[in-house]
Design a protein around this ligand. Structure first.
Ligand SMILES: Cc1ncc(COP(=O)(O)O)c(C=O)c1O
Length: 394
């Protein structure tokens, strides 16, 4: 079925809250996807940073099929081994700095869980967060989101926000007080424009929070699971948060999120504090276990750091050669952004790249974002990059 036919059918029933691009995807394998007309694209979006090990990795597909034929869903009242394996593995990946894990169905639910936990642990109600941050779209996450366009339409349902500039310790210090339950922050802002803070920011936030008895919640939903060249970006400064949220790459394509916390925080919860029909069901946990197994065996975290550094060099060189088009580039690992000077030109990039067989995203108005699968073959990465740079410069 061609794109026009798909569009016409969808127009009758889809709630129009998403501005779609003119492609209907039908298949994916690795970093290549195919549309309903059979046209192929190189995918630099990896399903919004989700497909960490590529589309339909055979081991992921096999794990899902195998688990689907065995047991998909239980009530959360029962133990299951896939869930046990996953929470043990996640705790181990934090070196047991965050030994307590609760699984949920999405990133935004992980943020909600983290906020509830911080309230439980501190009995306080004030949350401080950062300008341009993105934490999800449920009402809990909207309470701390730093982007007015998402928050404002629902402001009547929310409390007054406490939002400070990102990467600004003085502003954080002024905002964190004895009423603050937690400071909520992304270690690198993803949706906000791939913003990388200065060294020492996260460690500094940790100190500020401790001094006031507040918690530090790191939202690693986009940065975690190797995306920025570490299992979790906080490893770079060696300072674990009190609570961490995960999502996206954790499931490699199945809907799963998690929040993890220290033993001190965990002590404050009571039975019944959180739950959910599907949370941690065996199907998604088996998928997630497969993602982590492949990522570890194939050393994809180190690859993200190394290949990402080379991608960063190429973007920096391009930006330096085209000062009229680009104001810079930034990022960590395989989360990279090329900052265009002109928002109108940036807005055209995804459609023009599609015409040339590449899927790429623009975020925060002017930032062309690269967040491919961590195992994207090098020739595909460089070929897709050449295409995007040609689009930007033409
Ligand atoms: C940092 C961060 N937090 C939270 C979310 C929300 O995750 P989800 O869309 O799975 O609810 C996102 C999604 O882009 C994100 O990037």
């Amino acid at each position: 079925m061609g794109i026009e036919a798909v569009r016409a059918r969808e127009a009758a029933h889809f709630l129009p809250v998403v501005n779609r691009l003119p492609v209907a995807l039908a298949e994916g394998r690795g970093s290549r996807v195919r549309d309903t007309d059979g046209r192929e694209y190189l995918d630099l979006t990896a399903g919004w940073g989700v497909c960490a090990i590529g589309h339909c990795h055979p081991e992921l597909v096999e794990a899902i099929c195998e688990q689907a034929g065995r047991l998909m869903q239980t009530t959360n009242l029962f133990y299951t081994l896939p869930q046990l394996d996953l929470i043990e593995k996640l705790a181990a990946l934090t070196d047991n700095a965050l030994p307590r894990v609760f699984l949920v169905n999405s990133g935004t639910e992980a943020v909600d869980g983290a906020l509830k936990l911080a309230h439980r642990a501190t009995r306080r109600t004030k949350f401080v967060s950062t300008e341009n941050s993105f934490h999800g779209r449920t009402l809990g996450a909207l309470q701390v989101i730093g982007q007015a366009k998402h928050r404002e339409p629902y402001a009547a349902l929310l409390r007054a926000p406490h939002v400070v500039p990102y990467d600004d310790l003085a502003a954080a210090e002024a905002a964190i007080d004895e009423e603050t339950a937690a400071f909520v922050v992304e270690p690198v802002q993803g949706e906000g424009g791939v913003n990388v803070p200065r060294d020492g920011y996260l460690a500094g936030l940790g100190k500020l929070c401790r001094a006031k008895g507040a918690l530090l919640i790191l939202d690693e939903i986009q940065t975690g699971i190797g995306r920025t060249g570490r299992w979790f970006e906080w490893e770079r400064e060696g300072v674990a948060p009190d609570v961490m949220t995960l999502g996206k790459g954790l499931g490699g394509g199945v809907p799963i999120g998690a929040f993890l916390c220290s033993e001190d925080v965990a002590k404050t919860v009571s039975l019944g504090d959180h739950g959910g029909t599907y949370v941690g069901n065996p199907l998604v946990c088996a998928a997630s276990n497969a993602v982590l197994r492949v990522a570890e065996r194939d050393r994809l975290v180190a690859r993200s750091e190394e290949l990402g550094a080379r991608l960063g060099e190429r973007l920096a060189a391009f930006a330096a050669e085209h000062p009229a088009l680009c104001t810079g580039s930034r990022g960590r690992g395989l989360l990279r952004g090329l900052v265009l000077a002109d928002a109108d030109r940036a807005a055209q990039v995804p459609r023009r790249a599609i015409e040339r067989g590449v899927l790429v995203n623009v975020t925060a108005g002017r930032v062309v974002r690269f967040f491919p699968a961590l195992n994207i073959p090098e020739d595909e990465l460089w070929s897709a990059l050449d295409t995007v740079l040609a689009v930007v410069s033409s």
